[in-house]
Design a protein around this ligand. Structure first.
Ligand code: ATP
Ligand code: MG
Length: 136
């Protein structure tokens, strides 16, 4: 079955939503296969988000992701990539569907509680970035 990469971002960790978000993941049939709490350094965050380097919000995004600890995870399940993105909801919590993680716990388009890989190649890169040697 498919694997994807997920983050509980610093805003959700600060608000004590780790447990609630992990519970939603498990309730929705995704398996947590790897998990670590970490405080990203600037180079780690910049490398992870290198595809967004040219975007106007890149600096703000790196500041946000490095301001406190987050939880990085590998999830597995049937269509795990699409399933986790559906469960997260739209990037902007104001546009996210009811019951989604971002609707429940996101503050705004920047501080949106979670990350999920957007495709198989990204999932492979992102899992390797945080779990070197992990067999995808
Ligand atoms: P993610 O990649 O974190 O799962 P996403 O795929 O829904 O989110 P992207 O377009 O890949 O959204 O943007 C990556 C992240 O950059 C977003 O999750 C958000 O934290 C931040 N971001 C996106 N758009 C904006 C914006 N307009 N202003 C500030 N931050 C933004
Ligand atoms: Mg993305």
């Amino acid at each position: 079955t498919e694997k994807t990469f997920a983050i509980v971002k610093p805003d959700a960790v600060e608000k004590n939503h780790i447990g609630a978000i992990l519970a939603l993941i498990e309730k929705n049939g995704l398996k947590i296969r790897a998990l670590r709490m970490m405080h990203m350094s600037r180079p780690i965050a910049e490398g992870f988000y290198h595809v967004h380097k040219a975007r106007p919000f890149f600096g703000e995004l790196v500041e946000f992701m490095t301001r406190g600890p987050c939880v990085v995870m590998v999830l597995e399940g049937e269509n795990a990539i699409a399933k986790w993105r559906e469960l997260m909801g739209a990037t902007d919590p104001a546009k996210a569907a009811e019951g989604t993680v971002r609707k429940l716990y996101g503050a705004n388009v920047g501080e949106n509680a979670t990350h999920g890989s957007d495709g198989p190649d990204t999932a492979k890169f992102e899992i390797g970035w945080f779990f070197p040697g992990y067999d995808v």
